[in-house]
Design a protein around this ligand. Sequence first.
Ligand code: NAI
Ligand code: MG
Length: 355
Amino acid sequence: MKKTIAVSKGDGVGPEVVNEAIKLMKIIADYSEFEFEFQEAPVGGNVWKKYGTNLPEKSFEIIKNSDALLFGAAGLPDLPPGVAESVILKIRQELDLYINLRPIKLFDNLRDRCPLKEEFIGEGIDIAFIRENTEGLYANKGAVLNNDQAENLMVYTRKGCERIIKYAFEYAKRFKHEKVTSVDKANLLSPSKLWRQIFHEIGDEYPTLLKEDIYVDAFCQWLIRAPYKFQTVVTGNLFGDIISDEGAFLIGSLGMASSGNIHPGKVSMYEPIHGSAPDIAGKEIANPIGAILSVKLMMQESFESISIAQEIENSVEEALLFGRTVDIKKEGINTLNTSQMGDLIIQKIKENLKK
Ligand code: NAI
Ligand code: MG
């Protein structure tokens, strides 16, 4: 099965972590029926400096014609905020990537890196955050009207709510979850009222799944008080951005968290949650696991290969017993640089795919 992968490494640690993800994909190709052709599609801050745009037409052509996009990070400290980063919003909007899937799983052997006390970790953390990715405050251009006033409009549509909520229920069914939690602010915001109504309309089509509504402010405390209570969590664009970052830190490091910007059946984009990390860029110490687990999501969501996806995750978990990057370092376990961490995971996946 031949797949063309557009690769946008981006800025800062982006290239460092994406290179490890590509190394892993080449091994997957060696051990499976998949064949990957990689095509570079440069975007972001460095590209902006050269061409005056963060998304050159040629790059976007490559992305549009690929089977999936592997993305690093965009952002440079010497550029004004947004100049590089807006490429992400552009790609989401242009490709209508309405699902932002951000799974947060605390590996058992990383419990020591979780900032929560054992009693709060409880049975463990394994949550799929499903965030609406095209509507709400972030989709609306808004403006600073004058020195005293600025505005953005929060618009939710039935179509926008229905498709993301439906995906969430299907996801819960696919991964045998028992409950879907919806996070909103229906006590104050009109778009949340429509959201909640649609959540229950669609939820009624899934009688075997439990449904739960939680206000976003309360959810923020439940997420650190009893994260083991949650499985599939679906929410709008703004709340999803914030609560999934809160969640990302619970698994030990921002460098561990992966994401997919997805439109089922179309070109989707997979990227680690973290940014370009200018404070560690060029030092070869970035954790590549967020990028590698983004390949897991690509295999699972775009290429429907659940078994390879699972082997990627297993290999990461096993590798953590033998070596770790500095952000998750532990006494008695080797501290590795970025490419050594990638190599260790590759060694594990070779063993696992051979079986
Ligand atoms: P950041 O995620 O780049 O870094 C936050 C902290 O996490 C830093 O201390 C960094 O060293 C650490 N960190 C990040 N990735 C890591 C990794 N793989 N391994 C180990 N440690 C890691 O967020 P920050 O500093 O707020 O943003 C830096 C730039 O990235 C900004 O220009 C920002 O706008 C951009 N950004 C881009 C994103 C994207 O491309 N999707 C997402 C978030 C931020
Ligand atoms: Mg964010």
